[in-house]
Design a protein around this ligand. Structure first.
Ligand SMILES: [Zn+2]
Length: 730
């Protein structure tokens, strides 16, 4: 750190681990504008230098533009913004408050504007083209020739600038920029309205008859929610219990509540969130109902216009330009393959639910509704496998699950993971900090990375879902030393209640493994060029490979039985329960696959077919697709699109299919371990090492098809995914 950097306000430090408590809404408002002004000045200076260099090169063909003159300063500029704005965005996700949200929203336009300015700089674009021309003209090893990673970085940079409108002129470019900015604001508003609508609705239950069927852990959680809302006397036994629409409360309520009327109320509330209709859409501060429909149409219309300005027919084409999948047809081909296998399976599964409802003489047997599906599926699961996923919670206390995850990583990837709490500032007392060292089972190996883990749900201030984000990216400082990567790992699992640790459902364990897979790719990268290190430069539809790969290990005998132990008695998970977990893996597999296919197709078609005045609303288009991608038609107030944050508040527009695309890769990668035999220790370690040295290590430095082939020895096949999903039998 340079001496002058010490005096900088924390938010501008630009390197090292952030001191989160020093990054307040006031400092965001006070310092981000200055940072952006400085970056703009630096960018102008860089452009001036490049202008001189390009003219000199034009008049003297023996001169070459060097990588260090363009790509390194460009990367440093981007990194200063990423560091500062990244921390603000991170805090906005995990410590949301009205003040921070306002401060974030207040600066976002300027951040986007700077990104557009840099992304549309003609001088930088010309300089990138110069690097590319030099490379084309040079033989390997000659001056101007680029290595593989550099070529990928350069190609991605050129493509991204083209997609940011560098080729647009005058008014066309101004319109493009205005639309980009509006899109960023719309996305943020969309996400906030989902959060507000989710938090804005609760159902207070006072009568023990109303919590009939709910497991102890859920009643405790609902009572805790009631206490947080001011009912200090609330208890798991006698209530009151506060139901909400956040996943840790909503999903188990639908699964276990024997009160069909209450399931229906909660379900209707959930599917109509932020849709401006229904009893429960929530309200803005000014009393207007939260309504994401107008935002959806506006977002889609703007994206369509942006695509046409860039010379593409629609936004789906723009999205695919930067992905591993070659075309919309290729994506549809895969989705249709999965749909065809999943639809008959899903129909059989629904019939099985009707039958079990009939066996229990439930009046809804002949009129099964969406709010009955989770409930009867859970009954059927219990009867078929005698597997009660709630009853498994005591076997998955978070500390043991972490031990299991860390020793798996040791075994497969030859690393050691150790607690380092207190060595880094955190943003909440529940957040933990860990370090990764080279070499299995050693406390003295070279440190190679670190990560934060923020495991628990905090409704109201923390965004739902789970994710991995970059805190620091692996890179080489100007003095030649290495910046080690640091990851944020965020989950939303049930918090500890009183003396009981966080007891995880098996699904929460899978989620943790999933996010850790992203983290491993970020942290175990060996690429020192940050533009291609870790997840950077990895095509979106390949980026879920390591994460979904890690989920497979939750079903591996040695891994699971090694970590699942009762938190009080220390007893291992009974063998029979493991067998049931495996059997349950493909339970309702047709329904689950069909659901993902539905989301993916809706997303793709909204971005390729829908446009204003096309004669149907986005919702009508969704319902047309639902005709052969659902087995229970969406109910009237089902406004799922109004909370489809992946595509309207996140980066998955025309890219939701990526989950399935990458699942083909991850299932096939895991099948390499199955092939050598999961009990064959040495071969497992060798295969794990090869996975580390290819998929986890190479990041975006190589084409994803080549990375896959380096690991697997051939191109991916969908055979393993179809087998793992249980869709073969028919
Ligand atoms: Zn993921």
């Amino acid at each position: 750190m340079s001496p002058s950097a010490v005096a900088l306000p924390e938010i501008l430090r630009g390197e090292g681990l952030p001191v989160f408590e020093a990054i307040t809404p006031a400092t965001v408002t006070a310092h981000i504008p200055g940072l952006i002004a400085e970056l703009e000045a630096d960018l102008s200076q860089l452009e001036t230098r490049l202008g001189h260099r390009l003219s000199a090169i034009a008049s003297d063909a023996s001169q070459l533009l060097r990588w260090q003159e363009l790509m390194d300063p460009l990367q440093r500029l981007g990194e200063r913004l990423r560091w500062s704005w990244g921390v603000v965005s991170h805090l906005n996700g995990v410590c949301n408050s009205p003040e921070l949200r306002e401060a974030h929203a207040g600066q976002q336009a300027a951040v986007v504007r700077f990104g557009n300015r840099a992304g549309q700089s003609r001088l930088i674009y010309r300089a990138l083209e110069q690097l590319q021309q030099q490379h084309m003209a040079a033989s390997p090893g000659a001056p101007g020739h680029l290595d593989g990673a550099q070529q990928r970085i350069l190609a991605a940079e050129l493509r991204d600038m083209q997609l940011r409108g560098v080729g647009l002129q005058g008014a066309e470019q101004e319109a493009f920029n205005a639309a980009s900015q509006e899109l960023a604001e719309l996305s943020t508003r969309f996400g906030n309205q989902v959060l507000d609508a989710t938090n804005g609705w609760t159902l207070r239950l006072n009568d023990p008859a109303e919590v009939d069927g709910l497991p102890e852990s859920l009643r405790a959680q609902l009572a805790q929610a009631a206490r947080s809302a001011g009912d200090e006397a609330a208890s798991a036994e006698s209530g009151p219990w506060l139901v909400g629409l956040d996943m840790p409360r909503y999903a188990p309520f639908l699964k276990y509540s024997r009160r069909r009327d209450l399931r229906e109320r909660v379900y209707r509330a959930h599917v109509s969130r932020a849709s401006g209709q229904g009893e429960v859409c929530g309200e803005q501060a000014d009393g207007e109902p939260l309504n994401n429909w107008p935002l959806i149409e506006r977002i889609l219309a703007l994206r369509g216009e942006q695509a046409r300005r860039l010379g593409y027919a629609n936004w789906a084409e723009v999205s695919l330009a930067a992905k591993m999948a070659d075309s919309e047809a290729a994506v549809e081909g895969l989705l249709e393959e999965l749909r065809a296998a999943a639809l008959p399976a899903a129909q059989q599964e629904l019939e099985a639910l009707r039958q079990i409802a009939r066996r229990h003489h439930a009046p809804e047997a002949d009129d099964l509704q969406p709010w009955d599906v989770s409930f009867w599926a859970e009954r059927l699961r219990q009867e078929s496998f005698e597997l009660d996923s709630e009853a498994l919670r005591p076997y998955f206390p978070l500390p043991r699950v972490l031990d299991g995850l860390f020793s798996l990583c040791s075994r497969l990837f030859d690393v050691t993971i150790e607690a380092a709490d207190g060595e880094a500032p955190v943003w909440h007392p529940d957040v933990r900090y860990f370090r990764i060292r080279e070499g299995a089972a050693t406390a003295t190996g070279e440190p190679i990375a670190a990560f934060y883990l923020d495991p628990y749900s905090r409704p109201g201030s923390k965004r739902g879902g789970a994710w991995m984000d970059e805190c620091l990216v692996r890179s080489r400082r100007q003095d030649g030393t290495t910046v080690l990567p640091v990851a944020y790992l965020i989950c939303n699992q049930s918090p500890p209640v009183a003396e009981t640790p966080s007891l995880m459902t098996f699904e929460e364990v899978e989620t943790l493994f999933h996010e850790f897979g992203h983290g491993l790719q970020h942290m175990l990268t060996t690429v020192e060029r940050p533009q291609a290190a870790g997840i950077n430069g990895v095509e979106w539809d390949a980026v879920e490979l390591p994460s979904q790969f890690m989920e497979n290990w939750c079903y591996d005998r040695a891994t699971l039985l090694g970590m699942a132990r009762h938190w009080q008695s220390g007893e291992p998970l009974p063998e029979a329960e493991f067998g049931k977990l495996q059997a349950a893996r493909t339970f309702m597999g047709g329904t689950a696959t069909l659901r993902q296919v539905h989301f993916a197709l809706v997303d793709l078609k909204l971005h390729s077919q829908w446009r204003p005045g096309c004669g149907q609303s986005p919702e009508q288009l969704r319902r047309a697709i639902a005709a052969n991608t659902t087995v229970l038609a969406p109910i009237d107030e089902d406004a799922f699109l109004c909370s489809f944050g992946h595509i309207f508040a996140g980066g998955y527009a025309a890219g939701y299919y990526s989950y399935k695309w990458a699942e083909v890769l991850s299932a096939d990668a895991f099948s390499a371990f199955e092939e050598v035999g999961l009990e064959n220790e040495q071969q497992i370690r060798d295969t794990g090492r090869r996975f580390r040295d290819t998929v986890l290590s190479l990041g975006g430095s190589l084409d994803p098809k080549a990375v896959f082939e380096a690991f697997r020895g051939r191109q991916p096949s969908s055979e393993a995914l179809i087998r793992h999903s249980g869709l073969l039998a028919g």
